[in-house]
Design a protein around this ligand. Structure first.
Ligand code: MF3
Ligand code: CO
Ligand code: CO
Length: 276
């Protein structure tokens, strides 16, 4: 018996609406992501846009899934060696060559929308650009494995196969997740192969694919603020996140906006719509 929610056509349309708004929030912040700004100033702008323009809520602000510290800000902004859950701070000033992940989750009308993108500040470093592009490809390799008949493990197999020849490593401890009327639902989506059996994809399942890829070794370390996760070897880390719905024949992307990058040219299962 599977605990994975199969969404109705109406629920999928609601998820498409909130997903598009979560993607639009990343479009909105893009022109502000520049050298010299603090990550807190970006968080302030995004919270204002979420509440006053999108008429939505930040799902991250106050989020406390375990028994830990409630997440103190509206978004996660993870710079360079920060893998994920970077807490926006007025002390963290973006500088030339930084690689930055901005991860936003909003809630509206009882549904969640979760996505993240990478930004490179000013002139990219060779290592930074290579990692950011490889992680984009890794995510899409995983997404391309989604179709009825395949199983969740096929995502991890595809992500690992993509990254391995590049000498990069995928974080094991964090993964994608089911999403819908809950922020983090079943299943946990591993971006590396696992030996336990995983569920088969069925139309109506909705989940994120969000690999975290390190330039160095895969190992992680927690900072003592209850949230920030960094690479143990201090190497750069990148992440992208999209929401995927399983269709009868393959998949569709739910977090789509004008400003999302085009998928790699080898992607067969999805084409970015035109926003004329
Ligand atoms: N948006 C993250 C994810 O992709 C979760 C962030 S939880 C927070 O699942 F509390 F750190 F914001
Ligand atoms: Co996210
Ligand atoms: Co997520």
């Amino acid at each position: 018996m599977s605990k994975i929610t199969i969404h109705t056509a109406d629920e999928i349309e609601a998820m498409r609406r909130v997903g598009a708004e979560a993607a639009d929030l990343l479009d909105f912040i893009t022109p502000y992501v520049k050298a010299g700004v603090s990550t807190l100033s970006l968080d302030d702008l995004m919270l204002d846009y979420t509440v006053n323009t999108l008429k939505a809520k930040s799902a991250c602000l106050g989020y406390n899934p375990g028994n830990g510290v409630p997440y103190p800000r509206a978004t996660c902004i993870s710079v360079n060696n920060v893998i994920c859950h970077g807490i926006p701070s007025e002390k963290k000033i973006l500088k030339n060559g930084d690689i930055v992940n901005i991860d936003v989750t909003i809630e509206k009308d009882g549904f969640f929308g979760d996505n993240s993108r990478m930004f490179i500040i000013g002139k990219p470093t060779i290592a930074g650009k290579r990692l950011v592009e490889a992680t984009w490809g890794c995510m899409w390799a995983g997404i391309e494995a989604v179709r009825p008949g395949n199983c969740f493990n096929d995502i991890g197999i595809a992500c690992q196969k993509f990254v391995k020849p590049l000498g990069l490593s995928i974080v094991h401890e964090y993964g994608g997740h089911g999403i819908g009327r809950v922020f983090h639902g079943e299943p946990h989506v591993c971006h590396v192969p696992i030996s336990m059996p995983t569920a088969r994809f069925e139309p109506g399942m909705i989940f994120t694919v969000e690999p975290m890829v390190n330039a160095g070794k895969r190992h992680i370390m927690d900072l003592n603020d209850g949230w920030t996760v960094v690479t143990k070897d201090r190497s750069l880390s990148a992440q992208w996140e999209l929401e995927v719905v399983v269709t009868e024949t393959g998949y569709d992307i739910l977090t789509v906006s004008k400003g999302m990058p085009e998928p790699p040219e080898w992607v067969k299962g999805w084409k970015k719509p035109s926003f004329a």
